[in-house]
Write a protein that binds this ligand. Structure first.
Ligand code: PEP
Ligand code: MN
Length: 368
């Protein structure tokens, strides 16, 4: 099912130079904290949009769940003092209505809301006939369809100033990130909806200050359209996400260190060189696919043999041997452990599928 999403990039989501920068506290805490943060951000002269959370969907109850509607007044004051367009997270129709009434300029749907089609539909219904930019954070789980589905619901409601925020994906395994970036997901989103602006949110990916620059740099190197970075006048005492917020001065330092590259190049010599290298890669990919196909044919032969001898598809010892020897060779060839592990897991799974076809062919026939 293909659904065409119409995107019109309005002035609020456009930066004339460099990436679109959205910054401000994780949560609005007091009128003074929000105003002071906004004033300091304004002085940097490179932030485009002021963000603040008013209603905070916290994982566990008992934590600070947002200051609520009063924060809308503080945002209005901060906007009047600085001229910043403002952005907040909304999670239901009531939030949407209150935000619009208070003159909030941009709405975003948080990661814990994008996962819920009922909630997203409720918000979309509340926005019918309204002209407001809406940014959709990726769902907490790595599910591109769910992310696109939320964008489609808003698109069907008539919202055209759409954008996506990549804030990373939660996982059960330990990781250096609070939410793993899984860059392949926003890259595929870009391939599927090329006109959709994608904003990277290093703060929620990292969960700490140390990694912010490297994540932001990766996003820039992948040609993302903007960055959402949380800032606070005194991060150490922040009421939420204290470990990942930075002072406006530190935000400036991060932005100063970012290397911005052009998205295409016009130099003819470089272009030729690149074409040459790409041809080589195309050839290697053809070889890789041919080899993989041959590997699967051999796996099928093994499947036939296993069937005759009535032995199981999975032979743990053999699999263990494959993992260890391929990891060793991979390391020698300067390929990362993570890459080799993932690569052979999917190759192995495909082999199992092929063997399964051979071994259980008759069963399917019996059923149908
Ligand atoms: C936030 O932006 O402060 C927030 C709660 O983000 P997320 O929905 O990405 O967790
Ligand atoms: Mn936050």
């Amino acid at each position: 099912m293909e659904n065409k999403i119409t995107i019109k990039k309005g002035p609020l989501l456009t930066s004339n130079e460099g990436p679109l920068i959205i910054s401000g506290p994780c949560s609005a805490e007091t009128a003074e904290q929000l105003m002071e943060t906004a004033m300091q951000l304004k002085k940097l002269n490179r932030v485009h949009i002021l963000r603040a959370g008013i209603w905070k969907p916290r994982t566990r109850p008992g934590a600070f769940e947002g200051i609520g509607s009063i924060g809308l007044e503080w945002l209005r004051d901060a906007k009047a003092a600085t001229g910043f367009p403002t952005a907040i997270e909304i999670a239901n129709a009531k939030h949407a209505e209150e935000a619009l009434k208070a003159g909030v300029d941009i709405l975003w749907i948080g990661a814990r809301t994008t996962v819920n089609p009922f909630a997203v539909q409720e918000i979309a219904d509340a926005l019918v006939g309204v002209k407001v930019p809406v940014l959709v954070k990726n769902p907490v789980n790595p599910d591109l369809e769910l992310w696109i589905g939320a964008l489609e619901r808003l698109s069907r409601a008539g919202i055209t100033e759409l954008g996506a925020i990549h804030r990373g994906f939660s996982s059960y395994e330990k990781s250096k990130y609070r939410n793993k970036p899984n860059w392949e997901i926003p890259i595929e989103l870009r391939r599927r909806i090329p006109e959709l602006p994608i904003i990277n949110d290093p703060s929620h990916i990292c969960g700490n200050r140390e990694l912010l620059l490297s994540v932001a740099q990766t996003a820039m190197d992948l040609n993302f359209d903007g960055l959402m970075l949380e800032s606070h006048i005194d991060p150490s005492v922040a009421w939420s996400d204290a470990k990942q917020q930075v002072t406006p001065a530190d935000l400036n330092k991060i932005l100063n260190q970012l290397v911005l590259r052009k998205s295409s190049f016009d130099d003819a010599v470089m272009l030729n060189l690149l074409e040459d290298l790409r041809e080589k890669i195309d050839l290697m990919d053809t070889k890789l696919i041919t080899m993989l196909s041959r590997r699967m044919k051999i796996a099928k032969k093994i499947g036939k043999y296993k069937k005759e001898k009535n032995i199981t598809i999975l032979q743990s010892n053999r699999w263990d041997e494959i993992v260890n020897s391929r990891l060793k060779l991979g390391t020698e060839k300067k390929l990362s452990e993570d890459f080799i592990t993932k690569l052979f897991e999917i190759i192995h799974q495909e082999s199992i599928n092929h063997q399964n076809q051979v071994m259980n062919k008759e069963k399917k026939k019996n059923i149908s």
